[in-house]
Design a protein around this ligand. Structure first.
Ligand SMILES: NC(=O)c1ccc[n+]([C@@H]2O[C@H](COP(=O)([O-])OP(=O)(O)OC[C@H]3O[C@@H](n4cnc5c(N)ncnc54)[C@H](OP(=O)(O)O)[C@@H]3O)[C@@H](O)[C@H]2O)c1
Length: 270
C-alpha cells in the first residue's frame, strides 16, 4: 500500500524496488547483495502487517518485523546511509486518551504492535534514522487496499446492507498518497538536514471512530448500505486479535485533512 504510493511520488529519483523474493528482509544472503555503492537511502516498509496472522504466528511476526528491521538497519550502517522506518500509532496502549506525541511511551498490546515497537528500538540503535508513525491507512484502490476502506467496500459489493462498525476504537486515518508526499518532504528536508528521530505522519483532523470513518466512506459511495453502531467486542469473530482502542497521533509532518483526502480517493477509485 505505502510502497505503491511512494514509488509514484518518488518517480524523479532513481529507485531500487526489490520484490520479496529478491530481498527478503530475513535473508542475510540476499541482503548482502545490496551492499553496493550508489544506494544513498533505505526506506524500510517490508512487514507482516496482518494483526491476526501475527498473533497466531508470533515467530514469523518478530522475525520479519523486528529481526528483519535489524538486518536492514545493519545494512544502512554498513553503507553509512540513513534509514527511514515506517511504524504505527498502534504501539500505544490507548490509556493516555489524548493524541500521542513522539515522546510518549509505547506499551504495545499484541504481537504485531510489539514487533513494530521493537523494530523502532532496533532502528534507534543507529543514529542516522527517521521513524515515521502513521495510522489507519487507506489508498491504492480495490486491488491494493486490503485494510479498512477496502474491506468495507468489499462488504458493500457483496451485497451487505447493514454493516456493523465499532464506535469505541478511535484512530487517525492516513492516506497513502499524502503519506508518500510527506515522506518526500522528510527525504528532502529532515534526511538532508540530518534531523534524525521520530515523527508522526497522519492526516489532519484525526481522532475519529471506526464508525465515523465508515460513515464518511459510505457518504461518498453510491450505495444504499448503512453502517450500524457496535462495539469492538461485538466483532471478535472477525477481529479476534486484541487491539488498542485509542490510537490517535498528534499532528506531526504537515498533511491534509483526512476527510478531503478520503473524498478524493473514493471518488477517483470506487
Ligand atoms: N497499513 C496500515 O494501516 C499501516 C499503518 C501504520 C504503519 N504501517 C506500516 O507501513 C509499512 C507498509 O505497510 P503497508 O500497509 O504498505 O503494508 P503492505 O501493503 O502489506 O506491504 C508490506 C509489504 O512487505 C512485504 N513483505 C512481507 N514480508 C516481507 C519480507 N520478509 N521481506 C520483504 N518484504 C516483505 C509484503 O510482500 P507480500 O505482500 O508479498 O507478502 C508487502 O509487499 C509497514 O511497515 C507497516 O507497519 C502500515
Amino acid at each position: 500500500m505505502v510502497g505503491t504510493a511512494l514509488c509514484a511520488e518518488l518517480n524523479q529519483h532513481n529507485l531500487l524496488i526489490p520484490r520479496k523474493h529478491e530481498l527478503n528482509v530475513t535473508n542475510q544472503e540476499q541482503i548482502k547483495r545490496f551492499r553496493v555503492s550508489g544506494i544513498d537511502l533505505i526506506i524500510h516498509l517490508a512487514c507482516e502487517t496482518d494483526h491476526e496472522y501475527c498473533e497466531i504466528n508470533p515467530t514469523q511476526c518478530y522475525f520479519v518485523n523486528t529481526v528483519g528491521t535489524g538486518f536492514m538497519t545493519n545494512l544502512a550502517w554498513e553503507l553509512s546511509i540513513p534509514i527511514i522506518y515506517m511504524s504505527t500509532a498502534s504501539i500505544f496502549d490507548g490509556m493516555k486518551g489524548t493524541p500521542y506525541l513522539p515522546v510518549d511511551r509505547p506499551n504495545p498490546i499484541n504481537h504485531y504492535n510489539t514487533s513494530k515497537y521493537y523494530g523502532e528500538l532496533v532502528v534507534r540503535g543507529y543514529e542516522r534514522h527517521i521513524i515515521l508513525r502513521s495510522g489507519w491507512m487507506f489508498g491504492g484502490g480495490a486491488d491494493i487496499d486490503k485494510k479498512f476502506v477496502g474491506k468495507l467496500v468489499k462488504k458493500i459489493e457483496a451485497g451487505e446492507k447493514q454493516i456493523k462498525v465499532c464506535d469505541d476504537c478511535i484512530g487517525s486515518p492516513t492516506y497513502s498518497v499524502d503519506l508518500a508526499d510527506a515522506m518526500k518532504y522528510v527525504i528532502d528536508n529532515l534526511v538532508d538536514g540530518a534531523d534524525w528521530g521520530t515523527y508522526n505522519c497522519v492526516n489532519k483532523g484525526g481522532g475519529v471512530s471506526r464508525y465515523e470513518f465508515a460513515a464518511e466512506i459510505i457518504k461518498h459511495l453510491k450505495t444504499d448500505a448503512a453502517v450500524i453502531h457496535c462495539k469492538i467486542d461485538d466483532l471478535k469473530s472477525e477481529f479476534p486479535c486484541k487491539r488498542t482502542n485509542y490510537e490517535v497521533l498528534a499532528d506531526g509532518i504537515e498533511m491534509p485533512d483526512w476527510k478531503d483526502s478520503l473524498k478524493g480517493y473514493i471518488l477517483a477509485n470506487y
